[in-house]
Write a protein that binds this ligand. Structure first.
Ligand code: IPE
Ligand code: IPE
Ligand code: MG
Length: 246
């Protein structure tokens, strides 16, 4: 069989979308003899640093994994702390995000969130909808499989009503019914805390992302740590199944 050489130039490595699994708040706190809640609070400070640095890096999208569909399985008091942190984060930071021209989008199942949080996140999306800076996607009550289930149900509904024909289902169609909609796929997924797994994060979207696993616990995530991860990303060769010229 004739070898098929791509005529395209070597694959370039723009960096538009970084997605982060913010892990290790609990261990950060335990190491200091503090309650886990203190770790989650410091985690919010680290998220603010990441949001600043993303702007500096000129990203178009930053996605932060804040609460997974599996995190409901934690003790009730911890779930309550995490819900409260989301409430206070949006209430305190929304004006700043609006003025910094950042667009907010929540990915995850909004329907099963406490009603007041649902209202808050809807408000955050609405108030920042016309912003033209970068997009901050907060994955909250998010699970990759849950997202695919909800998307497939929506698609099946459209098919059963004759609005979509099965032949129209392709990668673009599936991507468009996911929570991430028209957002580009992440180029880079970073996970902190030394764990090397993806824990149900962006299963469809991160099919060809580069993965960087860092040992730092999330509350220790700084601008420098972020910049180092970006350098590491740029030193890699992305191939997308093709062969680069050489
Ligand atoms: C990440 O930190 C925050 C959430 C998952 C909500 P963890 O709470 O998972 O901290 P560790 O992994 O137990 O240290
Ligand atoms: C992943 O961290 C979810 C978030 C960071 C929100 P977890 O701590 O929940 O993941 P596992 O349980 O270690 O896989
Ligand atoms: Mg964890």
């Amino acid at each position: 069989m004739q070898e098929q050489e791509s005529k395209e130039p070597p694959v370039d490595k723009p960096l538009s979308h970084v997605a982060i699994i913010m892990d290790g708040n609990g261990r950060w706190a335990e190491k200091r003899g503090l309650p886990r809640q203190a770790g989650h609070r410091e985690g919010v400070a680290a998220a603010r640093r990441a949001i600043e640095t993303a702007k500096e890096l000129g990203l178009s999208h930053l996605t932060l994994y804040s609460f997974s569909t599996e995190n409901w399985g934690r003790p009730e008091s911890e779930v309550r702390d995490l819900m409260n942190l989301m409430r206070t984060y949006i209430e305190s930071d929304l004006p700043k995000l609006v003025s910094e021209n950042i667009r907010i989008r929540i990915i995850g199942d909004k329907k099963t969130l406490p009603a007041d949080i649902r209202l808050l996140v809807n408000r955050a999306e609405k108030e920042t909808a016309d912003n033209t800076g970068y997009t901050l996607q907060i994955a909250f009550n998010y699970g990759g499989r849950d997202e695919i289930i909800r998307a497939m149900r929506a698609l099946a509904q459209d098919i059963s009503q004759g609005a979509v024909s099965p032949d129209e289902i392709d990668e673009q169609k599936i991507a468009s019914v996911l929570d991430t909609g028209d957002a580009p796929d992440p180029d880079l997924v970073i996970r902190t805390s030394g764990e090397r797994r993806i824990s149900n994060f962006l299963l469809w979207q991160a099919a060809y992302a580069e993965y960087i696993f860092l040992d730092e616990y999330w509350p220790d995530f700084s601008r420098d740590v972020f910049l180092r991860a970006v350098d590491d990303y740029h030193a890699r060769e992305r191939r997308f199944g093709r062969r680069n010229a050489g």
